[in-house]
Design a binder for this molecule. Structure first.
Ligand SMILES: [Zn+2]
Ligand SMILES: [Zn+2]
Length: 272
């Protein structure tokens, strides 16, 4: 992995029960109140490869008890990097959308990243990113069909395909909190410079890994219609309030301009 020099900041709590921190280039979240052992907590996404120690240390500083479950927004390498060590450590079930299971049970690989979408150094390096499916065997289970999330009673999941077939986002109606995964992100993830400075800029899903742009656009529309107050995205710093509202409006109105690359292996050819 060529991008290991970017310092990971400390985590921040955005609500009493929402704690997020970056692992190099990607965010992980702990959802649950540390004072409420009965309610428990869950981990959303599992960071970069070789980050298990850091995730476990942060979790043990915050909670006196292990998570109830691990929820995956999708199975890309930067969201499941530490998953095997975390399962070994905590022995808890992992949940993902059923359409994502082939990539998590060794049946399918993701298509390779497409660096021809350009946009910066991370995009140029993306062909070196792992895109093989992993095999979690019977540790991973499909999410319930009714939209509920095990261990997260106040939340629902929303199927937001496009970036991957079984991508999900998580939403809590009560306070408008959205965990968007890579359905959209708040940083130009293709650019190493932008990732290092974490300059906020609404963006569609990371371009080099997105394979279905029509579905990706519909997914962003679905999330914008929820009118979230706080969005925690897979990459970039959380965005909230008016800034989020304005940026989501911009992204839905100008999706093709802002999100879709001008060319790429997974982009339909534009009519002349
Ligand atoms: Zn991804
Ligand atoms: Zn990602």
């Amino acid at each position: 992995m060529p991008i290991t020099t970017f310092a990971s900041g400390e985590g921040l709590a955005y609500r009493p029960d929402i704690f997020c921190f970056p692992i190099q280039i990607v965010n992980v979240c702990f959802i649950g109140d540390p004072k409420d052992e009965h309610g428990g907590w869950v981990l959303v996404d599992a960071g970069m490869p070789r980050s298990a120690k850091k995730i476990i240390k942060a979790a043990e500083e915050r909670f006196d008890f292990p998570p109830k479950a691990i929820i995956l927004t999708h199975g890309h390498f930067d969201h499941v990097g530490a998953i095997i060590e975390l399962i070994e450590h905590w022995n808890v079930p992992v949940y993902a959308h059923k359409l994502e299971l082939p990539y998590l049970t060794g049946k399918s690989d993701y298509p390779p990243a497409d660096s021809s979408v350009h946009g910066g150094l991370i995009s140029e390096m993306s062909p070196y990113f792992p895109h093989d499916g992993i095999n979690l065997d019977d540790h991973v289970r499909p999410l319930p069909k009714d939209g509920s999330i095990p261990g997260m009673p106040d939340w629902e999941y929303i199927h937001t395909p496009g970036h991957t077939p079984g991508h999900i986002s998580l939403f809590r109606q009560d306070d408008g909190t959205l965990i968007a995964g890579d359905a959209f992100v708040t940083v130009k993830q293709e650019s190493l410079y932008k990732v290092m400075t974490q300059e906020q800029e609404i963006s569609g899903p990371p371009k080099y890994f997105t394979t279905d742009w029509d579905k990706a656009e519909k997914s962003v529309n679905k999330l914008a219609a929820l009118d979230p107050y706080l969005a925690i995205t897979g990459h970039g710093e959380p965005m909230f309030g008016e800034l989020l509202k304005d940026n989501l409006k911009l992204l839905t109105q100008k999706f093709k301009e802002i999100a879709v690359p001008e060319q790429g292996r997974y982009v339909a050819e534009k009519p002349h």
